[in-house]
Each structure stands twice: as C-alpha cells, then as structure tokens.
Design a protein around this ligand. Structure first.
Ligand SMILES: Nc1nc2c(ncn2[C@@H]2O[C@H](COP(=O)(O)OP(=O)(O)OP(=O)(O)O)[C@@H](O)[C@H]2O)c(=O)[nH]1
Ligand SMILES: [Mg+2]
Length: 391
C-alpha cells in the first residue's frame, strides 16, 4: 500500500516538474489539490461524514425488546476404543482416550448492546471432540456466548430464571454434555483388555424467552403528545423524534442527565399510555413493563388539555391495574406546555386537587427545566439505597 502511495506521489512530482519546465506553473497546484480531495481524511474535515439521525421507523426495526430463543448445548465427544501396538510390543494394552465435553451456551450482559435485535432464534453449542488412540483425549468445546443488553430478563415458560442487571453478568443457559470414556478408562486388574467405551452425552436443550426492560433511574410517563420526548431532549443528550401527532415515540429512549459532580442519571422516554393500556390497548403492556423497571416516575401532563388532573388520575389507574402499587413509586408531577395560554388557571386548579409537588415548565422553550433537573437529583439521592441495579 505504502509503495503504491509512494509511486503516485513520485509520479505527481514528475508531472509537476515537467509542467514547470514547460512553463505551466498553475497546473501543479491544481493537480496536488485534486489528489488531497480524494483522501478520506479530508472528506471528514469538510463535514461529509455527518451522520443522519435515525428515524423512528428505522429505530423500530433496530430495537427489539423480546425474543424467543431455542438453545441447545453441544454434545460430548465419544470415547475411543483402541489398543496399543508396535513392533516387539504386541500387547500394549488399551489406549483409547476420553471424549471432550460439549460446549455450554452462556447468556452474557454487554453494556454496548442496546437491544435484542441481533439475537437469533436458535443457538447450538459446539460438540466436544471424540477421544483418539494413544490415550489422546478429545478437546473440550468452547462455550458460546449470547450477548444481551443490561436489564435482560430470562424466562422459561413464564417463570423468571435469571435477571441480568450488571455488566458482564453471566447465566449458563444450557450445559454441554459430558464426554464419553475411552476403553483405557475401564482398564482394571480383572479386565486387562476392556472393549467398553461410552458415547458422549447429549447437550441440554431449552426454549427461553428473553425480555428487555428499560432500566433507567426515572421514567417519563404520560399520554401521547404530552411532550415527553421534547422534555427528554430539553434535559438530556438524547434525541428522540418529536412531532405533533400521537405515538411519535414507538420505542423507549434513554437519555443521560449530567451533574457538575459527574453524577449521571438515566431518564427514559416511554411511549404514550392511553386508557385501557393495561388491557393491551394502544402500545399497551409492553411499555408498562418498561415503567416497572424505573426507580422513580415523572408524570408528564399536557396543561393545554381540558382537564390535566383527569389525565393524571387515568395514568395512575393504568399503572395500578398493571401492577398494584406501581403508581406509588417515588414520583413527581411535571406540568408541561406552560408557555401556552390558559395554563396558569389550570395549574392553580391542579394544585388544589393534587397534594404532591408539581413542577410547571415548558419543554419547548426550556423554561424552568432546571427545577426538574434539581428535583430529579433530590429523588435520586433520597432513594439511592433502594437501587437494586448499579449504573
Ligand atoms: N407549546 C408547547 N408545545 C410543546 C411543548 N412540549 C412539547 N410540545 C409539542 O407537543 C407535540 C408533541 O410533543 P412530543 O415531545 O412528541 O410528545 P410525546 O409525549 O413524546 O408524544 P408521543 O411520542 O406521541 O407519546 C410536539 O408538537 C411538540 O412540539 C411545550 O412545552 N410547549
Ligand atoms: Mg415521544
């Protein structure tokens, strides 16, 4: 490669000197500039590498939050039946080696992975090698890893068998079969020439359900169009799609709010919830499941709606119907769209009806978002001991 570049450069210099000799001094600079334009590095500095943001439609294709997988571990290698024999050593005795163990299949957490989209529907472990003559043992098969994101729950027939909440945590889904024994293993004083061998055991087989629950410190819960995605954009680095129609967000997005002392807090934008979500209406149950994994909740109310307190009541009802006491999690109420007219009267009415703290703000203008950021930190500091997950 270096040689080729060197050749091109030397040819370029040759042309340049030729041109100068012919009196065409202007051409040489043009030639060299063209050469540098074709270089990738220069393309980058000119801003060609700016990536387009993924649209919500594309994100749906990439984000998968549950998968059914069939896992079958590798079988053990067979034991070998052989007898040693060489010139002048006619009765060398049994020397058949044992087979190697089959490979396990291990589910392992990798924090770089964000969804279950790369998980296949079935996995098969490697088989162990068979034993060979001259007492050679077969090689044990290497385990096969299935990489999953943090917050994956492994279920078998609806029963949770593993809850993977830490980076690099592992769960051995199926064990490989043990290798068989060669005839050397059966050598004894009673039997000096055993012919017995055993074959390798079959690897275990299971059908597992992998489910992903968004794990964030805070979850934004609200009706469609309440401004959850706009709020996440306003307080964090995440860039979920925002539009004036319901169900813009089809997948949860997680953004990180950073504090001066380098503490980081994850906030999840959860797709809109409607009446009857606990009966799987709208985007339904799959998203109530994500809320279950948030340590505290932020109820986002659209203050331009006719009765925001009714929205709040309905949201709490849906959460409680899904899981009793879910709406009692530490929470705050965010009164959004306060930049619009007639919202102040509704805020007063909301304060009269609801005793909890209400944070009025506008996600669009960014007005009073600091109060929410500070309150988030207070919630986080107050409930650190309850944290079952480490970030
Ligand atoms: N005036 C005003 N408009 C807002 C505010 N916050 C959000 N909006 C608008 O409300 C509309 C919906 O906002 P989104 O952030 O997409 O709402 P969402 O809750 O994420 O909606 P879904 O993803 O459909 O559940 C958009 O047109 C926003 O521009 C606000 O504070 N003031
Ligand atoms: Mg949204």
């Amino acid at each position: 490669m270096k040689l080729v570049i060197w050749r091109i450069l030397s040819e370029a210099l040759a042309v340049r000197s030729g041109n100068t000799a012919a009196g065409g001094s202007g051409n040489s600079t043009v030639f060299i500039r063209n050469l540098s334009l074709s270089c990738k590095l220069c393309g980058k500095t000119q801003g060609n590498s700016k990536k387009k943001e993924l649209t919500e439609k594309k994100l749906t294709r990439y984000f998968v939050d549950q998968r059914r997988v069939k896992v079958q571990a590798g079988s053990g290698g067979d034991g070998c039946c052989s007898f040693h024999s060489e010139p002048r050593k006619e009765w060398g005795g049994p020397d058949g080696g044992n087979g190697g163990n089959g490979g396990d299949i291990i589910i392992k957490v990798n924090k770089q992975i964000k969804s279950l989209s790369l998980i296949s529907s079935s996995y098969r472990g490697e088989n162990g090698e068979s034993g060979r003559s001259k007492n050679c043992y077969g090689r044990n098969a290497d385990p096969k890893y299935i990489q999953v994101p943090i917050g994956t729950v492994v279920k078998e027939q609806g029963r949770t068998v593993a809850d993977l909440a830490q980076h690099r945590q592992e769960y051995v889904a199926v064990h490989g079969g043990a290798g068989g024994k060669g005839n050397r293993f059966f050598l004894s004083n009673e039997n000096r020439a055993p012919m017995t061998t055993t074959s390798g055991e079959k690897g275990e087989e299971r059908v597992l359900q992998l489910e992903l629950r968004t794990m964030a410190h805070a979850g934004l819960v609200g009706f469609p169009n309440a401004g959850k995605s706009s709020l996440l954009r306003a307080i964090s680095n995440a860039r979920p799609a925002v539009a004036a129609y319901p169900f813009t967000t089809l997948n949860p997005h997680v953004g990180v709010v950073k504090y001066r002392d380098h503490e980081q807090l994850a906030v999840a934008d959860i797709p809109g919830i409607i009446r009857g979500a606990h009966l799987n209406r709208g985007l339904g149950l799959s998203f109530l499941r994500h809320i279950e994994r948030c340590r505290f909740l932020l109820f986002v109310l659209d203050m331009s709606s006719p009765e925001p307190w009714d929205e709040l009541h309905c949201l709490r009802h849906e959460l409680d119907q899904y899981e009793a006491g879910l709406s009692k999690r530490p929470h705050a109420i965010v009164a959004n769209k306060m930049d619009l007219s007639d919202t102040n009267e509704k805020l007063e009415e909301l304060k009269r009806r609801v005793k909890q703290r209400i944070i009025p703000l506008s996600a669009l203008t960014g007005n009073n978002t600091e109060e929410l950021i500070i309150h988030l930190r207070e919630l986080y500091d107050d409930h650190t001991e309850e944290n079952p997950f480490s970030w």
